[in-house]
Design a protein around this ligand. Structure first.
Ligand SMILES: [Zn+2]
Length: 421
């Protein structure tokens, strides 16, 4: 080996020398252009401004020297914008050339999906371009241990830098309702020390916005037992969640009729009534929720009542298959079109939380009646088995499950460069 290596090295050296020589020759035979030193300057000034309370957009534009004919041309260029309906807090970004007082570009968001950019081509001449915001999606993992509740755990493990505070409840409610809302009762199934891992999508826009997308997979322990969920988008683009065996987590009844704050009173055959000051059964569950929070049907069925009924106040009663009835009481108002005889589907909005009838604070009093007998809705809801993944999508589901299972426990290894020997 050694005896052959030497001549090879000599050959290699000779080749390199030849190359260098010929390149050097090419350089010396021409006059090379000399690059001017590059001076980097900031050509534009970028500023952001926010529409203040009770402020007319014209005032905001005036702060940035857009007035008179320029303002008129700008508003004309912003087709389809109703300037009277621009809300407090709307952010505008202004870009101006350093030697100009009037900005040459104004950018504003139009909801989650679009951005409007207004360009000033010359004095008093503006044109607008509406573009779709290209959100980029990343899957993030969130894991932790539940000390008291899932809500508090999410507050603890999700810093504002990852998800803005107003987006966190969306993730929480998605987990509690959209993913596990048929099989896990997060208000009482969790024990301190239970672990959870959530894989969710986080979206970022080129404008620097961050928002929550959806849960793609999750595993949550309840009293030490593991529940897994994997997303499979259905043919209508809706997210459906399946367990590890590929059975839908969806059941005939949802656990909760409202996005509640806490349970103010559980199901009991005998409890002290806060208003009547006597012991009497409480044959439902009270979900404390702000006045006006939408209330949904927990299962498919027919509305048999939507009216005022004694202590219930405004109540909706729904008749379901298998001799099941559900009641939603103390509503502030009914959803338009909800009346006796109408068919409703699970998750459909039927009214809004309130405190009509015998109630001391806004909440939804929810009852579940099976074969004529009141039962604890949080127990009764969990019967039956979910539908399996459709046969033709079984292979797709299994690939996704394997992938997400790997992500649950993924730990990045050392970079290849560091492990070369
Ligand atoms: Zn009640």
């Amino acid at each position: 080996m050694r005896s052959r290596a030497v001549p090879l090295a000599i050959v290699a050296f000779a080749l390199v020398a030849t190359l260098l020589w010929s390149v050097g020759d090419a350089w010396s035979s021409r006059t090379l252009p000399v690059a001017e030193p590059i001076v980097v300057t900031q050509a534009y000034l970028e500023r952001a401004d926010t529409l203040r309370r009770n402020e007319a957009p014209a005032l905001l534009f005036a702060r940035h020297n857009i007035r008179g004919p320029d303002l008129l041309a700008l508003t004309n260029a912003a087709e389809g914008i109703n300037w009277r309906r621009i809300q407090t807090g709307q952010v505008f970004q202004f870009r101006s050339a350093l030697d100009e007082t009037v900005p040459n570009r104004v950018t504003m968001r139009l909801g989650d999906e679009r951005v409007l950019t207004l360009y000033r081509d010359s004095a008093f001449a503006w044109r607008g371009e509406s573009e779709e915001i290209l959100w980029s999606v990343e899957v993030r993992r969130l894991e932790g241990i539940i000390e008291s509740s899932l809500y508090e755990a999410l507050e603890e493990y999700l810093p504002d830098s990852i998800l803005p505070p107003e987006q966190r409840p969306l993730l929480l409610w998605d987990l509690a309702d959209g993913v596990f809302g048929w099989v896990v009762d997060f208000t009482r199934d969790n024990y301190p020390g239970d672990r959870f891992t959530v894989l969710y999508e986080r979206l970022t826009s080129p404008l620097g916005d961050v928002r929550y997308g959806r849960v793609v997979a999750a595993r949550v322990e309840t009293r030490g037992e593991e529940n897994r969920a994997y997303v499979l988008t259905d043919e209508n683009g809706r997210n459906a969640y399946y367990d590890a065996d590929g059975r839908s987590l969806k059941r005939a009844f949802k656990m909760y009729p409202v996005a509640f704050k806490y349970i103010s009173s559980g199901f009991s055959r005998s409890r002290f009534h806060p208003i009547l000051k006597t012991r009497r059964p409480h044959l439902g569950v009270d979900y404390a929720a702000s006045r006006g929070t939408p209330v949904v049907a927990t299962g498919d069925g027919f509305v048999t009542r939507a009216d005022v009924w004694g202590g219930y106040g405004k109540v909706v009663v729904i008749r379901h298959p298998k001799d099941i009835e559900t009641r939603y009481a103390h509503l502030d108002a009914f959803e338009t079109g909800i009346r006796a005889g109408v068919r409703v589907v699970q998750g459909q909005r039927i009214g809004f939380a309130g405190m009509t009838g015998l109630a001391s604070a806004p909440h939804v009093h929810y009852e579940f009646i099976k074969n004529g007998a009141h039962t604890d809705p949080r127990q009764a809801a969990r019967f039956g088995q979910g539908e399996p993944v459709p046969d033709e999508r079984r292979a797709e589901f299994e690939i996704a499950r394997t992938y997400y299972d790997r992500l649950f426990d993924y730990r990045p290894g050392p970079p290849l460069a560091a492990s070369s020997d």
